[in-house]
Design a protein around this ligand. Sequence first.
Ligand code: KIV
Length: 300
Amino acid sequence: MSHLTAKSRPMSTTSKTLTFDTSTSRANPTPSPMKRLTVPRIRQQKGGEPLVMLTAYTVRMAQLLDPHCDMLLVGDSLGQVIYGLPHTVAVTMEMMAAHGAAVVRGSYHAAVIIDMPFGSYESSPELAFKNAAHLLKETGAAAVKMEGGKVLAPTIEFLTKRGIPVMAHVGLTPQAINILGGYGVRGKSEEEAASIVEDAAAVADAGAFAMVIEGVLEPIAIEITAKVACPTIGIGASALCDGQVLVTEDMLGLFERTPKFVKKFGNMAVGVEAAVKQYADEVRRRSFPGLEQIYRSTAE
Ligand code: KIV
């Protein structure tokens, strides 16, 4: 992105060409109709066309994903993806607020859902409400997501009844890494499988408008999807969930490691490496900047 002048250049989407104003990072003109998908509409999609969700943490990525997604998730996975943290436990409210606001600024169509970071919601419904309200006010996101099952049901009910839509997250809950000891698939024993199904039923009954089901044996995801009234969004779960989510950088192939549940739909690491290598070569050969990139007269 050029920082020298505020020019417009085409931003292509599958359906139309928008112009992208580099001085404001807004698409210009604003795509019309600028109507975001609402939480009630997402809820209504239960059992219909699968819901498409991807993570987004930055304005440009949000712009690229927005035309194709129903929901953009500002996941606390940004701890690892953006900040190089070992897990999500250290992610702060400030990080979530800054990236959430960027994603809302870069999107027009998708509903933006923002993760509540570890420590911001577990101890009481009142604390959860205060922090969730802060995130919605700071970012303009439509809803929050929080990890947990039965124990969180009173909090989900408290927030929902006070105007804050909640997406739940059951199965593998990465914020509990220090209890779990790893990110292995959940529900291998009958007891654990039954407990995950109970968690899902409890958060759905409490008013969650949707739930992520992460890292469980497939029959568990299928059973939950059949049982609960709200849409289920799978990651490492089942194609029969009501929708799917992936970490965008995983599916774009930015990382070497590909967990079993990720499909690489692109190979961004290879593209970035090739471009950077060519740039470095051209700088070292003094062939960049070339004539086209240089201001040679006062008229330019
Ligand atoms: O933080 C995150 O990105 C998530 C998704 C993987 C569901 O919670």
